[in-house]
Design a protein around this ligand. Structure first.
Ligand code: ADP
Ligand code: MG
Length: 297
């Protein structure tokens, strides 16, 4: 393609909300024959809502949510925002602030930890619990399995080393997600999902969207490793993601596509930014690349 054609291509992209950072990005997009999708915030709306709470102690919901919100209010994660939003409904009108949290730590892809009212609170997934030597009892395991079977994410809450409850969060698929995946299939592009979320929820979501290949419980580096492994087996890989945890994979991919509503770090790491945060625009970007570069073929 001539420099003019590339300029036109990027210009058309920009007018459609597909920001292409240079000619190389535009060229690579049409060679992609494998697309790796992040789940949360990419295939799903990314605005999860709390749908259920299961307490394993005789604590009241108000107290439980005060502690959880005090920890999660320090996190930028969409799951944290959902929990804090839900917790507001238990808030005391005379006492509008959350309790103070000390020693807050955010463990990317796992959850958060803090000390609230002299209790150590850990909120996150199973591996976060095992990393802190918190045993997950069988009744909690059963609740998790049930939750995941409904494509919801079960978030464990431990207090002073014991699981105190499980928060079920639902994050619906973006509209048109199934359609995009089936169009990509018809374009002979292999699609896979790589997520930090657990296997149960990941498989349920994958089934819903029509994806056959899933990798769950993936740390940020493992997402990037998957991209590299696909490249090593001959694929030209596009990665679509929105989170800090996706940025190593976005950089590793032949084409990194960030969801516009995603984090700044992902947007910076990507070659293409989908400003409207639509999944359809993955296809828009590939089409644009095909149109720009097929003329010289
Ligand atoms: P994804 O790859 O789907 O965007 P993440 O890698 O961000 O998901 O998170 C993976 C998992 O870690 C979540 O599904 C959740 O179980 C847990 N997690 C991460 N951050 C938090 C948080 N702030 N609060 C509770 N759980 C969290
Ligand atoms: Mg995400």
């Amino acid at each position: 393609a001539t420099p003019t054609a590339v300029m036109v291509g990027t210009g058309v992209g920009a007018s459609q909300g597909v920001l292409i950072k240079g000619g190389q990005a535009l060229e690579s997009a049409h060679k992609a024959n494998c697309i790796v999708f992040d789940k949360t915030g990419t295939l799903t709306v990314g605005k999860p809502v709390v749908v259920n709470t299961r307490l394993l102690t005789n604590m009241v919901l108000q107290e439980f949510y005060e502690l959880v919100a005090a920890a999660e209010v320090n996190s930028e994660h969409p799951l944290a925002k959902a929990i804090v939003e839900y917790a507001k409904k238990f808030k005391d009108e005379e006492n509008p602030a959350w309790p103070e949290a000390q020693d807050f730590v955010s463990i990317t892809g796992h959850g958060v930890k803090a000390t609230v009212r002299n209790k150590e609170i850990i909120v996150g997934n199973k591996s976060l619990m095992s990393d802190h030597n918190v045993a997950v009892p069988t009744d909690a395991e059963d609740i998790l399995t049930e939750t995941e079977g409904m494509a919801q994410t079960g978030i464990l809450v431990s207090l002073n080393g014991e699981v105190a409850g499980i928060i079920a969060v639902s994050d619906p698929l973006k509209t048109g997600a199934q359609e995009v995946i089936s169009i990509l299939k018809s374009m002979n592009i292999k699609s896979i999902m790589v997520t930090g979320d657990n296997w149960g929820t990941a498989n349920s979501i994958a089934r819903e969207v029509g994806l056959e290949e899933v990798i769950a419980e993936a740390k940020p580096e493992q997402k990037a490793e998957k991209v590299k492994a696909l490249q090593a087996s001959g694929y030209t890989v596009a990665m679509v993601g929105d989170g800090i945890n996706d940025s190593p994979a976005l950089v590793a991919a032949d084409v990194g596509m960030a969801i516009g509503a995603g984090t700044d770090i992902a947007i910076e790491a990507a070659d293409i930014v989908l400003m409207k945060s639509n999944l359809e625009d993955v296809i828009t970007a590939i089409d644009l690349s095909r149109k720009t570069f097929s003329r010289i073929r």
